[in-house]
Design a protein around this ligand. Structure first.
Ligand SMILES: *Cc1c(COP(=O)(O)O)cnc(C)c1O
Length: 377
């Protein structure tokens, strides 16, 4: 799906130098690279405040903790996302309220959000899935009208921007109360291990989040809040500083790969290429096609595999049908768009180092599947 070795080989001298510098400084926790990385990422994201932490799931939990919600408060989450979004809500004793997504862009459906709001609703968690912003215009408006906090799970769309009707443009993750991201190795900006961060344009929120991520400490051995021990290692920060310098080029390469796939797949009537929301840029964490006939999805995946092409179903089970979340009482059929997507989506290989020859081969393998009525088993 992605070739991290090829990507790392190209920048190995830079990574080695960063690693050596961390060994020499020997400040493995909260060394200078952590703050430098936070500053540089903030500059990259239009001047946002960045609070590094241990991983993207902690970032979600910390964002929710900063809202100081009473137990049982309701937080709206998408039916189609990685489980971490709902998990962060549930682990804090809050109630995930699942809402369906839009069939074309896979983002939270604002009308469904509005319909799910109750007097106990406190926040909306929006996920910018696969690298494109959800409908931030409408979701912001709904959140403001109902006095709800908007938290953006931006693990997959770092650097994507959204254009608002008033002409303003903002980076994904910097629109709501707080945003989160993940530096899991396969993310667009990946560490060589776990890592994450919170993003916010509010200085006061950043200060509070920084305290929450460090045992609720306001100064050493003085604990104003109950927090977490959630830190980004100095080593990961140093390596991420190297990678951040390449992120613009890598994003452009992903977009080129996507454009190439579009061109060679657009005429296959049995599938839908990724639909773009014209208000958002797309950083293509995933290139996800949708099969019109659910029965063809697994067969196509098998055909790809037989020809040496990896592909992944992100995600095979919607939030509300995961066994751990059965206690919420949702039923099959309740969120039909998400349920259908789980049976029809397929993500094709995408990473900055994919060559044109590889892309042409993958496209040819996809084409041969639809050309043959009975693909060989
Ligand atoms: C990767 C991911 C996370 C979790 O990030 P970790 O760093 O693995 O904890 C959360 N939400 C979404 C949408 C993700 O893709």
């Amino acid at each position: 799906m992605l070739d991290l070795s090829a990507q790392h080989a190209a920048i190995q001298p830079e990574l080695n130098a960063a690693l050596q510098a961390v060994l020499t400084e020997a400040a493995f926790i909260q060394g200078s690279d952590v703050q430098l990385f936070a500053t540089e990422l903030g500059q990259y994201l239009g001047g946002a405040h960045i609070v590094p932490c241990a991983n993207g799931t902690d970032a979600l939990q910390l964002a929710l903790m900063s809202l100081k919600l009473p137990p049982g408060a309701e937080v709206i989450v998408p039916a189609f996302t990685y489980i971490a979004t709902a998990e962060a809500v549930a682990i804090l004793g809050l109630r995930p309220v699942v809402v369906d997504v839009l069939p074309d862009t896979f983002g939270l459906d604002p009308a469904a959000v509005e319909a799910a709001i109750t007097p106990r609703t406190a926040a909306i968690m929006v996920v910018h899935l696969f690298g494109q912003c959800a409908d931030l215009e409408t979701l912001t408006e709904v959140a403001e009208r109902h006095n709800l906090a908007l938290i953006e799970d931006n693990a997959q769309a770092i650097g994507a921007t959204f254009q608002f009707a008033d002409g303003s443009q903002r980076y994904a993750g910097t629109v709501g109360h707080a945003g989160t991201t993940s530096f899991f190795p396969s993310k667009n900006l990946g560490a060589l291990g776990d890592g994450g961060a919170l993003l916010t344009r509010y200085a006061g929120t950043a200060t509070y989040l920084r305290q929450l991520a460090n045992h609720g400490q306001t100064r050493k051995y003085h604990h104003e809040h109950i927090g977490l021990n959630s830190r980004l290692d100095t080593l990961q920060a140093a390596l991420l500083r190297v990678k951040l310098r390449h992120l613009t080029a890598w994003t452009a390469a992903r977009q080129q790969v996507a454009a190439h796939y579009d061109a060679v797949l657009v005429n296959i009537p049995e599938l839908q290429i990724p639909v773009r929301d014209p208000r958002s840029t797309h950083v293509f964490h995933q290139y996800t096609i949708t099969l019109k006939d659910a029965a063809q999805r697994d067969a196509l995946q098998q055909h790809l595999q037989q020809h040496g092409v990896p592909s992944v179903v992100y995600y095979p089970v919607p939030t509300h049908l995961q066994p751990a979340y059965r206690y919420l009482g949702y039923l099959e059929g309740q969120f039909p768009v998400a349920e259908r997507l789980c049976h029809t989506v397929l993500s094709l290989p995408i990473h900055p180092a994919l060559t044109e020859a590889q892309l042409d081969y993958i496209a040819e393998v996809v084409h041969t599947f639809f050309a043959a009525p009975f693909p060989s088993a």
